[in-house]
Write a new protein. Structure first.
Length: 450
């Protein structure tokens, strides 16, 4: 099928490439002409494992093209996917400017019977709104609008798209259902669960899914706080509750608070939608505040450590919001680094992929190409992103490079024992500190002997 993709970001590029792999002919357009020029030269605007190779393969197979001509892109497409950004508005609502603009722009070029598929994450009612916008611009209702929310994660986008837990398709007419069934036919034949529902439900499913996943993270982070006081180990608690299939083990890794381009924006939008419909989402409202506080609390934990003199250097390892991406949007580093600077510390930093993006947001940071170089002269080292490179750090080498001995491992990547053996004072998340461990061991022994 001929498919048009509007937007060549994470979702637009991944979806285009995967639909091409499914055998469709995909034409992808973006307002950013430089982005298109680079894409035609094989240069991607973002780092996503495997994506550059997959884009190249799809282009070689003649299944994927990039075009700056919206008309060429849309004119003979049976389905036109909208995958443009939907950023947060000032009150936490969603700014629909780009998607409404895209809908207006494609209107004159749509072929009769085309299905406009909303891939972007949009608040409930948006499909209805876009239907009106296109009908007004086109002076015709010879088209359909459907919702097909995307559940991929950055860092594993291709795998998530091709082997999803489910595909949700929100359709309000039989023609859209037939077209979307044809698009996903190879996946349907492979047994991927498809959920056909109305567009209103599909729009709500996307936000409810992200809100629920973020809630799991917020919950385990609060449990981590309790573990630090009571002497538990949050990884053991997560494993213990995660074995209950009703709870599930995923998204129970405690850390510095969730970030990224989606959870923060989408939880705010979900809360805003609840308020505007008079159905407040109080759990989510609390979660949003807890997640923001957590980043500030962790910055405070570092800056209030009495062994770290003001003016000392703090090294931050990891500025991406998670591993395997160069995306820094709403990453913990964007809150923690400025707060450390405000408290009078000098900051050195390293990230395997995200330094270029971070320089636009973090100022006065000394960027280093290698983690050990970044740790030179540091009074404290703080791990904020769970890169595999950091899991394998040589702690002897790190301790030697440092001036002080404080290691804040806010992703629980390293062994507290190994850190201690190298003379480092280890502070993890939801793990009792070494001194407390000794105290709890005694308590456990006493309890065991009655
Ligand atoms: P992005 O910022 O990476 O890409 C958006 C692209 O749209 C940009 O290249 C921009 O130039 C282009 N664009 C904007 N207006 C346009 C127009 N009128 N015509 C053509 N192109 C236009 O965004 P993204 O991360 O791909 O997210 C897109 C949507 O998908 C958002 O609603 C987001 O919430 C949702 N989503 C994102 C992810 C993710 O992991 N990033 C996952 C699921 C859903
Ligand atoms: C998230 C969802 O997982 C995707 O299903 C969804 O499609 C996407 O948002 C979206 O709507 O855009 P993503 O933001 O790429 O994907 O990354 P996640 O892996 O979900 O991580 C989000 C944040 O939560 C990161 O900061 C990560 O470090 C944090 N996290 C995640 C934890 O702290 N603990 C966990 O157990 C999992």
């Amino acid at each position: 099928m001929k498919i048009s993709m509007i937007g060549a970001g994470y979702v637009g590029l991944t979806t285009s490439t995967c639909l091409a792999q499914l055998g469709h002919e995909v034409s992808c357009h973006d307002v950013d002409e430089d982005r298109l020029v680079n894409l035609t030269k094989g240069r991607l605007p973002l780092f996503e494992p495997g994506l550059a190779g997959a884009v190249a393969a799809a282009r070689r197979a003649g299944k994927l093209e990039f075009t700056s001509s919206l008309q060429d892109c849309v004119a003979d497409a049976q389905a036109v996917f909208l995958a443009v950004g939907t950023p947060s508005g000032p009150g936490g609502d969603i700014d629909l400017t780009d998607i409404e603009h895209a809908a207006r722009q494609i209107s004159p070029y749509l072929m009769s019977g085309a299905v406009v598929v909303v891939k972007s994450t949009v608040v409930v009612g948006t499909c209805t709104r876009l239907r009106k916008i296109i009908a007004t611009a086109r002076r015709s209702t010879d088209f359909s609008v459907a919702s097909n929310p995307e559940f991929l994660r950055e860092g594993s986008a291709l795998q998530d798209f091709m082997c999803p837990d489910r595909v949700v398709i929100g359709v309000d007419d039989g023609h859209s259902q037939a077209v979307l069934s044809d698009i996903y036919r190879p996946m349907i034949d492979d047994g991927v669960p498809m959920m056909f529902t109305g567009s209103t439900n599909a729009e709500l499913i996307k936000y409810a899914a992200n809100a629920f996943l973020a809630l799991k993270i917020g919950f385990i982070n609060d449990v981590a706080n309790l573990c630090e006081k009571a002497g538990g180990d949050v990884s053991a608690i997560a494993a213990g509750i995660g074995l209950d299939r009703r709870i599930g083990a995923a998204f129970l890794t405690a850390g510095p608070g969730y970030g990224g381009s989606c959870f923060p924006k989408d939880t705010r939008a979900f809360a805003h939608t609840g308020r505007s419909y008079g159905a407040p989402q109080l759990l989510i409202e609390a979660l949003i505040a807890r997640n923001e506080d957590r980043k500030l609390m962790l910055a405070q934990r570092i800056s209030s450590d009495r062994s770290l003199p003001r003016g000392a250097t703090v090294t931050v390892l990891g500025v991406a919001f998670k591993a395997n991406t160069d995306d820094v949007r709403e990453s913990a580093a964007l809150t923690i680094v400025p707060n450390l600077q405000k408290a009078g510390f000098k900051v050195r930093a390293h990230d395997p992929k995200a330094m270029a993006n971070a320089t636009a947001h973090l100022h006065g940071v000394h960027w280093c190409e290698c983690p050990y170089q970044a740790c030179e002269g540091a009074g404290a080292v703080v791990i904020l992103t769970e890169w595999e490179d950091y899991r394998g750090l040589d702690l002897a080498r790190l301790a030697q490079a440092m001036h002080g001995s404080l290691l804040f491992d806010f992703r629980n990547l390293l062994s507290p024992d190994e850190a201690a053996a190298n003379g480092l004072r280890y502070v993890g998340i939801g793990r009792p500190v070494a001194a407390d461990l000794a105290r709890f061991d005694v308590a456990d022994r006493l309890a065991a002997t009655g």
